[in-house]
Design a binder for this molecule. Structure first.
Ligand SMILES: [Zn+2]
Length: 352
């Protein structure tokens, strides 16, 4: 079984490096397409495991990020848009911070122990209360491998995630992500250990922390099959995870276009003021609509190609002019082609 998985994973990397039609089979346990995307054309030596250590590394002074208030009692640290690399030490996501009457709540603390310790140091500049809960939006390691830093500093903290995320980690997704992060950052994630969510949450669950309600939304497969979106009811804010990105083109290979589009359309039906994407600037409904528009344009281009009896490789000629407003988004050049092919194979599968 493991040998089969390894073979399939190797085939998957080759497929991506060739930029020919990628598998549409969602594999939220495998970070290898992330690696392929970042190191396209170079050799992927991700066989070396991260060095394991219980030592907590101190925060460093070369961390130029801080929390910005985006709503009442709510802050976001907007990470860089680049993929993990030695310079950003793996940091690329949007950690969130919510102050409640019972302590602090953190959403997606980041990608490594080192990043987590820096995020902790920045949290202390906002508020000195203890962290009592953490939510992880999905299984991709850039969002949650820093759990370790929070758990070390606050051993009683509860870490919430979707049951499919916990499943994936039980099946090795955490170790795969540690290796990927270590390779991409050339060792900046050393010392990081897998600390998985210890509490599972699913659609309609409400976690009450002091005076604040955290409402969980999950409508099936979207960016991955492990996503939760966390609505902070009193503050009219929602943390969307990577179901919505801003100024960055997403990895879509662990999810589906239709799943992602319908999930976000459901969220837009509710009247929330502030929307926090997994990457890129926080905004209002317009920001979310702009993102869904991108996914829809790619999907529609694939549908046109399919209906006209063209090949998946022909989608790009249609999607490129249709999405030119997004050409400056990070990852656009690399991802538009493979994404058109992915959308095409989703449409093809749905037909048969
Ligand atoms: Zn992701």
């Amino acid at each position: 079984m493991i040998a089969l998985l390894k073979t399939l994973t190797a085939l998957f990397i080759i497929t991506l490096l060739c930029a020919c039609s990628p598998s549409s089979e969602p594999t939220s346990e495998s970070p290898n397409d992330f690696l392929g995307e970042a190191k396209s054309g170079s050799s992927n030596n991700n066989s070396k495991p991260a060095i394991q250590s219980k030592t907590n590394t101190p925060a460093t002074d070369d961390f130029p990020y801080s929390f910005e208030q985006v709503a009442n009692n709510t802050w976001v640290m907007h990470g860089p848009l680049e993929l993990p690399n030695p310079e950003n030490k793996g940091f690329m996501n949007n950690p969130g911070l919510i102050k409640t009457s019972a302590g602090l709540v953190v959403i997606d603390p980041g990608s490594t122990l080192h990043i987590g310790n820096n995020v902790l140091a920045e949290i202390k500049k906002v508020n000195q209360q203890a962290i009592v809960a953490v939510f992880n939006t999905h299984v991709h390691g850039d969002h949650w491998l820093a759990n370790q830093a929070i758990k070390t500093a606050y051993p009683d903290v509860k870490i919430y995630g979707h049951p499919e995320m916990i499943n994936a980690i039980n099946n090795g997704a955490g170790e795969n992500w540690l290796n990927t992060m270590n390779t991409l950052t050339e060792g900046a994630s050393q010392g990081t250990e897998v600390v998985a969510p210890d509490h599972s949450v699913d659609n309609t669950d409400v976690i009450i922390v002091g005076d604040t309600h955290f409402k969980i939304h999950h409508f099936g497969i979207a960016h991955t099959k492990t996503d939760i979106m966390i609505e902070v009811v009193e503050n009219s804010v929602i943390f969307l995870g990577d179901n919505v990105l801003s100024l960055r083109i997403p990895r879509t290979t662990d999810g589906t276009f239709i799943g992602n589009i319908t999930t976000v359309q459901k969220i837009l039906e509710s009247d929330i003021k502030t929307y926090v994407p997994g990457h890129g600037p926080t905004g209002d409904k317009t920001m979310v609509e702009e993102y869904i528009n991108y996914l829809t344009l790619v999907y529609d281009a694939a549908k046109t190609a399919f209906d006209d009896d063209l090949d998946s490789s022909d989608v790009l000629a249609i999607s490129k002019p249709a999405t030119k407003a997004y050409k400056n988004w990070h990852g656009y050049e690399d991802l538009l082609g493979p994404q058109g092919a992915q959308a095409y194979s989703e449409i093809e599968e749905a037909e048969f």
